[in-house]
Design a protein around this ligand. Structure first.
Ligand code: PEP
Ligand code: MG
Length: 570
């Protein structure tokens, strides 16, 4: 019989709970109890003969609904993890179609004349026991799959609120549950779920496999009753050692984030090895680079296994200054940063002021509220001395470092033509002064506006590469400000539109023999990795913290999978 989770007195003191490590890693979060629908008492109702027919119809509707839900879950997992894991839910669809199981439910209904929820609970319980009673090692998992399907069916019948939506709202949750079934784990919002703690659970459980794929630390078989902690209590979960520290000390709270970072670096070493093999699909190399804006960002990018620096936002060089930095000041600051990079390529972006970014010392009336005004390259072309200094600095840097230059907020091909004119002018000056630079330094347009998207052929003629800034592109396509919460729904809806709109750009850039990268936040969104690969994207540039995840995802989605497994097995 299943007991209800009870609220038990809180344990404010520090305490350590021991369990079995299932998935390694560390997390800091707060206790969140996850209650299973099977733990509820279901009301028993006696049926008339006529009602039995109605219950049979209700059963069929619930089966159809569960089938559709499983189909959705399958594609969610295929997108976020891979098709192999998604097949767990294909297997669940088969269980749902199992003729013997359905016969049991239908016969139970007709013979016992009880509401279908009762019968479903009973039949699935019987099947669970039956499967567990068989002496085959893989069986417990199969029993869990059967329970999972039974629970879904029950939920569809009861019409209960989907409990996963609760999880969606709880940030920093450490899930405490008696047991977790695959669909629980797969439905979690990975941003919110920091760790999992259960009573039942094995290394080979589908939940554990999914947690591993989602990189969620997991401890099972804990040595205290699962419901003995106060809700919301702060906990540190150590998935490597299989322990949970409840109400940790300040010193522990400070030391665990360091361990989290250290572990990330360790995992990255594995990724580094793979990186040496090179990520590829259909023979084409795939790069996952970093977006940076400071020296410390660069260090993090290197730690996180960035292939290149796909976007160097130079605004902080200006924002942290009392006035326009002089050429030498700019040059020296960038040399200090680029010295840490090695021979990786760095995409230096020209100053992108306006829109969401302004400068404290810049008193140009036109740039206030400049989302539709004087921003990015427009501002630089209006105040050319700003542009000239940057181009000169970037050209000087090109003598020593592997850099290229991107132009923000391009709308008209004329923008690129004019920047090129200043570019040539600065090259001429440097030649005359006998200051070395790379004659072949690349200059590329950022594609951040619908106008640029529509003029791609012409822009390509004036660009050595393209860099797509989806943060702005989405806002301009959707007419929904990137910082405006009131229209965030519209902004979000624009993501998919933009991904689809980029297919042509990527194809055309490739046909022109040039490189195209995406450096907006969308490139770091795991939900879109598959779509991006499908539309031909081979250059991702993302926040460093996302690099391992994106690489992991790419490995799972492409022909690098076998290589990952062999590296991990060593
Ligand atoms: C973008 O718009 O996607 C982009 C990368 O530039 P920023 O976010 O700096 O405007
Ligand atoms: Mg932008």
């Amino acid at each position: 019989m299943i007991s209800k989770l009870k609220k038990i007195k809180s344990l404010p003191k520090r305490m350590v709970i021991h369990g079995e490590p299932i998935v390694g890693g560390f997390a800091v979060g707060r206790v969140f109890y996850y209650q299973d629908i099977l733990t509820r008492e279901i009301e028993k109702k006696k049926l008339t003969k006529k009602q039995v027919e109605e219950e049979l119809e209700r059963l069929q509707r619930a089966i159809d609904k569960v089938h559709r839900d499983l189909e959705k879950l399958k594609s969610k997992v295929a997108n976020e993890i891979d098709t192999e894991h998604a097949e767990i839910f294909g297997a669940h669809q088969l269980i749902l179609k199992d003729e013997e199981l359905l016969k049991d439910i239908k016969n139970g209904l007709k013979n016992k004349r009880l509401n279908v929820e009762q019968i479903v609970q009973e039949v699935f319980g019987k099947w669970e026991k039956k499967i567990k009673g068989q002496d085959i090692s893989a069986i417990p998992e199969r029993a869990n799959d059967v329970i999972d399907v039974g629970r879904r069916l029950l939920r569809a019948l009861v019409g209960s609120v989907n409990q996963h939506s609760v999880l969606d709202r709880s940030k920093d949750s450490v899930i405490f549950a008696h047991r977790l079934l695959p669909s629980d784990t797969a439905s979690f919002n990975i941003k919110n779920v920091k760790a999992i703690v259960t009573v039942e659970g094995t290394q080979n459980s589908h939940s554990a496999i999914l947690a591993k794929a989602l990189d969620i630390p997991f401890v099972s078989k804990i040595n205290v009753p699962i419901d003995s902690l106060s809700r919301g209590a702060r906990v540190i979960v150590d998935g490597d050692k299989g322990l949970i520290i409840v109400n940790p000390t300040q010193a522990e709270l400070e030391s665990y984030p360091l361990l989290i970072q250290k572990r990330l670096s360790k995992r990255l070493k594995v990724l580094k090895r793979i990186e040496n093999i090179n990520l590829k699909t259909n023979g084409e190399l795939i790069k996952v680079s970093a977006n940076v804006s400071s020296l410390s960002d660069i260090k993090m990018a290197i730690d996180c296994g960035a292939d290149d620096i796909g976007l160097y936002r130079t605004e902080p060089l200006y924002m942290n200054s009392q006035n326009f930095p002089a050429e030498e000041n700019l040059y020296l600051q960038l040399v200090a940063a680029l010295n840490c990079v090695g021979d990786q390529e760095v995409n230096l972006r020209l100053l992108d002021i306006g829109g969401d970014k302004t400068l404290p010392f810049l008193d140009i009336v036109e740039i206030k509220d400049a989302a539709l005004g004087l921003n990015g390259i427009r501002l630089l072309l209006k105040y050319p001395s700003l542009l000239e200094i940057q181009l000169r600095v970037f050209l000087r840097l090109s003598a020593k470092f592997n850099v290229k230059v991107s132009v923000p907020m391009v709308t008209l091909p004329k923008d690129m033509i004019e920047v090129r004119r200043y570019f040539s002018q600065e090259k001429d000056k440097l030649r005359k002064e006998k200051i070395p630079f790379n004659e072949g330094l690349f200059l590329g347009a950022m594609i951040e506006t619908p106008a640029a998207l529509m003029s791609i052929d012409e822009l390509l003629e004036h660009s050595d590469f393209l860099s797509i800034g989806t943060n702005d592109l989405v806002q301009y396509i959707m007419a929904a400000g990137r910082e405006k919460i009131e229209v965030s729904e519209y902004y979000k809806a624009g993501n998919l539109l933009v991904v689809n709109a980029l297919k042509d750009v990527i194809r055309k850039t490739k046909e022109a023999g040039k490189e195209c990268s995406i450096c907006g936040e969308l490139a770091g969104n795991l939900k879109f990795t598959k779509s991006f690969l499908d539309i031909g994207l081979r250059n991702f540039s993302v926040h460093s913290s996302m690099i391992p995840y994106i690489k992991y995802k790419i490995i799972r989605l492409t022909d690098n999978r076998a290589e990952l497994l062999s590296v991990k097995d060593k």
